[in-house]
Ligand binder design. Sequence first.
Ligand SMILES: *[C@@H]1O[C@H](CO)[C@@H](O)[C@H](O)[C@H]1NC(C)=O
Ligand SMILES: *[C@@H]1O[C@H](CO)[C@@H](O)[C@H](O)[C@H]1NC(C)=O
Ligand SMILES: *[C@@H]1O[C@H](CO)[C@@H](O)[C@H](O)[C@H]1NC(C)=O
Ligand SMILES: *[C@@H]1O[C@H](CO)[C@@H](O)[C@H](O)[C@H]1NC(C)=O
Ligand SMILES: *[C@@H]1O[C@H](CO)[C@@H](O)[C@H](O)[C@H]1NC(C)=O
Ligand SMILES: *[C@@H]1O[C@H](CO)[C@@H](O)[C@H](O)[C@H]1NC(C)=O
Ligand SMILES: *[C@@H]1O[C@H](CO)[C@@H](O)[C@H](O)[C@H]1NC(C)=O
Ligand SMILES: *[C@@H]1O[C@H](CO)[C@@H](O)[C@H](O)[C@H]1NC(C)=O
Ligand SMILES: *[C@@H]1O[C@H](CO)[C@@H](O)[C@H](O)[C@H]1NC(C)=O
Length: 287
Amino acid sequence: MKCSHGVLQWFLFLCILVWSCCETPLCQAQRLDPLEVEALKKIGSTLGKQWDFTVDPCSGTSGWVDHTTDEDSMRAANVTCGNCNATYCHITSIILKRQNLTGSLPDELANLTSLQSIILTRNYLGGTIPVAWKSLPLVHLSLQGNRISGSIPEELGNITTLNELVLDDNLLQGSIPSSIGKLRNLERLLLTANNLTGGLPKTLGNLKNLTQFRLDSNPISGKIPSFIVNWSKIQLLEMQGTSLEGPFPPNFSTLETLSELRVTDWKGGDGKFPPLENMKGLVRLCV
Ligand SMILES: *[C@@H]1O[C@H](CO)[C@@H](O)[C@H](O)[C@H]1NC(C)=O
Ligand SMILES: *[C@@H]1O[C@H](CO)[C@@H](O)[C@H](O)[C@H]1NC(C)=O
Ligand SMILES: *[C@@H]1O[C@H](CO)[C@@H](O)[C@H](O)[C@H]1NC(C)=O
Ligand SMILES: *[C@@H]1O[C@H](CO)[C@@H](O)[C@H](O)[C@H]1NC(C)=O
Ligand SMILES: *[C@@H]1O[C@H](CO)[C@@H](O)[C@H](O)[C@H]1NC(C)=O
Ligand SMILES: *[C@@H]1O[C@H](CO)[C@@H](O)[C@H](O)[C@H]1NC(C)=O
Ligand SMILES: *[C@@H]1O[C@H](CO)[C@@H](O)[C@H](O)[C@H]1NC(C)=O
Ligand SMILES: *[C@@H]1O[C@H](CO)[C@@H](O)[C@H](O)[C@H]1NC(C)=O
Ligand SMILES: *[C@@H]1O[C@H](CO)[C@@H](O)[C@H](O)[C@H]1NC(C)=O
């Protein structure tokens, strides 16, 4: 009697264990929220990316995640899911590097409400940066090396979660919106090789966490702003090929973390450089 009682208890315990496990997402294959599947179909067709929708986008299988580890080619094509409840998951990251995409930037990315990374570097994408993206909780946004035109939308300043804004090598025009100064968590602001004009907005002095700033090859004008001494964590500063005018702010040399400085061909000022003896980490200097 005693023995069979124990067996029954075991049986019940196992039943409860199996039942409770299968109620959690850990026990079943991840499944993408059907609303996001619809949005993703639209996104694929706007980008010019052929995804296989007979397979669940959160499955991590080939086609949705590129398992090839060809580091040299810098190619990548990964869709990553997360933020799951018992039934569905959400897309948290879309990485499509060097995929020969020839479409444009889809508004519908804004429908992926958990999206933290949009990495679309080195494709042939055109169009403008959608204002609708302003509602996304983005941490990484990289559109480097495409054919994106128009201006940088002021509304990007609303994405205060941004850590990295990389827009190098595109056809962007107009001035840098002063709202970019609201991105207090920004560490990398890379704008090289566009057609950006006007001066640097004063609000950029608020970006205390900035470690990398690249502006080279843009017709940006005005004086080298004194607020750059506020960038006390700056490591890389590139301002070659702009129309900025000197002199450097007198306390520029307080930026002790600077390790790479490229600032040739600026006009005006006394043509002299501020003393650099405090900059113990400086390993590359191009003036
Ligand atoms: C995206 O969201 C908008 C507004 O919330 C909605 O009207 C639209 O139908 C959605 N699009 C897709 C493809 O889910
Ligand atoms: C894409 O996902 C695969 C498999 O998880 C991973 O090995 C690879 O590093 C990812 N690539 C990128 C660029 O994140
Ligand atoms: C799970 O999340 C979806 C949205 O993706 C929501 O519609 C659904 O009600 C949630 N289900 C539970 C059990 O929380
Ligand atoms: C992109 O096009 C080049 C040249 O045609 C080709 O070698 C490469 O494999 C293509 N890449 C992808 C991801 O299709
Ligand atoms: C978004 O930014 C604009 C202009 O920078 C501002 O007027 C607006 O209040 C912001 N909206 C939100 C929701 O933060
Ligand atoms: C800046 O970076 C620090 C350290 O990484 C972090 O704690 C902080 O939240 C970031 N943001 C601001 C606005 O300082
Ligand atoms: C750069 O922008 C100006 C207008 O601000 C325009 O006249 C010029 O054609 C643009 N240059 C290129 C190379 O797109
Ligand atoms: C530099 O930072 C200080 C305080 O940390 C702030 O008061 C000032 O406005 C900033 N300077 C600029 C030009 O943004
Ligand atoms: C740099 O010098 C200006 C005056 O020339 C001063 O207002 C500012 O506080 C100084 N900033 C730093 C970081 O030393």
